[in-house]
Ligand binder design. Sequence first.
Ligand code: FPP
Length: 209
Amino acid sequence: MDGNGRWAKSRNLPRTEGHTEGEENLARLVRVAVKKDVGWLTVFGFSTENWVRPRTEVRHILGLHKKLFGRVAELNELNVRIQWMGRPFDSPEARTPKYVQRAIRKAIADTANNTGMVLTVAFDYGSHAEMVHAARAAAAEGPVTVDTLGAHLYLPELPPVDVLVRTSGEVRISNFMLWQSVGTEVYFTDRAWPDFDGAELDAALALVR
Ligand code: FPP
């Protein structure tokens, strides 16, 4: 969800306002995606590399994740099941603070029975960390193969990515779902994340529908 900072800057607002609008837009887009029969929506909320950002910005983004995982009533109304993926809370490298962990756990439990779209939020997530984690776990059990490694990804039930969306004019791949992105279509747009709307989602989905 690139471009929150630039969206704010272009309006003479602090970067944090861009993130706030980014979270609001995610809530809007979840609603739109459900209407368009998207089965799985996975978003990159915060990476293993993002911790080096200024402390006030990190704190603000953490608060927004708490807010997002607090949207249980909306998710239940939409029949959306929320999940999280990232460095496991009990691993030595994990950075997710306890209060965000609690919000995540509660939202997962409170939406567990929903049968519609699955919204997965990647937080404290990096594809490299995920693949190392999966390779170690697979090796502890036996020979490492595509199947055994794949079975130890953070969320093995996530299907391969059909279409990857990159906003805000970034024409490059980042440390996101690399294992799951074999054969994936990529939709690049100049729009900043807070302006990514239903028409943009249609254009991305048109690559695979
Ligand atoms: C990318 O824009 C945004 C982030 C790294 C922050 C995380 C995303 C949000 C807060 C929006 C969705 C909210 C939740 C809670 C999942 P950037 O800061 O890299 O912007 P720039 O590229 O313009 O500097």
